[in-house]
Design a protein around this ligand. Structure first.
Ligand code: CTP
Ligand code: MG
Length: 400
């Protein structure tokens, strides 16, 4: 669908902060598959309306991020909205004075799914000279009036409909209605209706649901992740460090899982010789095929001398986050005669969970002796073996 020559601008409302969702992040800035709801919404439009001009109305707190998004998709410079949706729309209309479009489409970015069919229905009605056309849906469930945990009235649903966005409006008429109104209206159609203007309807789409509460995200998830398929990948990590047999002192300690544990001999290593953190780091890197600890932090580099190994694990975790992967679980075994791992496993589990910012229940830490056999049995060193399971979008294997 081409909108060239139709002189139409999309006002994309992102001026709210999503109080009812109760999340620190505004609902339009929440990421699904590494893409914000706002961007999903932008794509719904640019995929279907070639060359549509888009003006995002932002809140204060997300303005710099929204500016970046506007630049990324080559949109108009975004503006700041007002205290209410009504005011945010007014700010946009005022800003567009110089462009003087014939029509505006006003859309809630909290409705990330906008279908081609609904847009076709709306744009198709332009030639019929309507002032305002909106998408609606029938109500399928029964309606009642209820308060104080009690039903009070039965409401006939026959002529009731659900109103959605985008709402297509004649720009001049909408500006005029705003200027002549002291009241705050929920949307463009209710404002225009208050001025006696006829509102025309087209069929909406249930997928254009407005995200308001947590459950709405769950309902929309299959549509928001439609192009992505998650797979489970696994990685394993293994590491050994030797004890410094020249030392024997009760003041010595070793590091396991970032926890300092008293031991008569220290472990030798370029960094802090934390076998467990090294093996976990390698298991994560291996699962997403991003090399290993030796490649990323070469022992030849003086920079890593005596480093805390939590740095390596944090790096692997950040890398995983960039790839939009999530750890399902980590299962680790530390093989040594001493110390007794069980005495420290809870501490280690919690510390690793903190570094990775995941629930400790996803991490299992087990100890095993080597029955006095071999180098571990002779207490010459410690080994760790780890498996990591990770959920990731299979598009990491796509050629860029
Ligand atoms: N909106 C806006 N400016 C405001 C308030 C809302 O541009 N001052 C936008 C929202 O960003 C959203 C749309 O209007 O895309 C519909 O509003 P709503 O669902 O109420 O979103 P919020 O106001 O963000 O949510 P809440 O009411 O739960 O705080
Ligand atoms: Mg609101």
């Amino acid at each position: 669908m081409k909108v060239d020559g139709k002189n139409i601008i999309l006002i994309l409302l992102a001026g709210g902060v999503g109080d009812r969702l109760g999340s620190k992040t505004s609902k339009q800035m929440i990421k699904i598959d590494n893409m914000t709801v706002l961007e999903k919404c932008i794509c719904s439009f640019i995929d279907n309306l070639k060359n549509i001009k888009i003006l995002i109305v932002s809140n204060n707190k997300d303005f710099s991020k929204i500016k970046n998004i506007a630049h990324k998709y080559k949109l108009l410079e975004p503006i700041i909205g007002g205290k209410t949706r009504h005011e945010s729309v007014y700010n946009a209309l005022t800003f567009l004075k110089k462009d003087a479009p014939e029509f505006v489409l006003v859309h809630d970015s909290a409705r990330p799914i906008v279908t081609k069919k609904v847009l076709e229905n709306l744009i198709g009605s332009i030639n019929q000279n309507y002032t305002c056309v909106i998408p609606i849906l029938p109500l399928n469930d029964s309606i009642r009036r209820a308060y104080n945990d009690e039903i009070h009235n039965v409401v006939n649903r026959q002529d009731k409909v659900i109103v959605q966005t985008p709402q297509l409006c004649n720009y001049k008429e909408l500006v005029k209605a705003h200027k002549n109104s002291m009241e705050i209206y929920e949307d463009e159609s209710s404002l225009l209706m208050s001025k006696g203007i006829k509102i025309m309807t087209v069929e909406g789409d249930p997928r254009s649901l407005k995200i308001t509460y947590e459950n709405d995200f769950k309902l929309l998830e299959p549509y928001l992740t439609i192009n992505s398929k998650y797979i489970t990948v696994i990685g394993n990590g293994f590491d050994i460090h030797r004890f410094d047999l020249t030392k024997k002192n009760t003041e010595n300690f070793i590091k396991l899982g970032g926890i300092k544990i008293p031991h008569i001999r220290p472990l030798i290593g370029h960094s802090d010789a934390d076998v467990l953190l090294h093996a976990i780091t390698d298991s994560i890197l291996g699962a997403v095929n991003q090399g290993d600890i030796g490649k990323l932090f070469p022992p030849s580099d003086i920079k890593w001398k005596n480093s805390e190994s939590s740095i390596f694990l944090k790096h692997a975790s950040d890398l995983l986050q960039k790839l939009n992967g999530k750890i399902n679980n980590i299962d680790a075994v530390i093989i040594c005669e001493k110390p007794k791992i069980l005495d420290y496993s809870d501490l280690i589990q919690n510390n690793i969970a903190q570094i990775l910012n995941i629930n400790p229940k996803r991490i299992s830490i087990k100890g095993k002796t080597s029955e006095s056999l071999g180098f571990i049995g002779r207490q010459e060193g410690i080994a760790a073996m780890v498996n990591a399971s990770i959920k990731i979008n299979e598009n990491i294997y796509d050629d860029k």
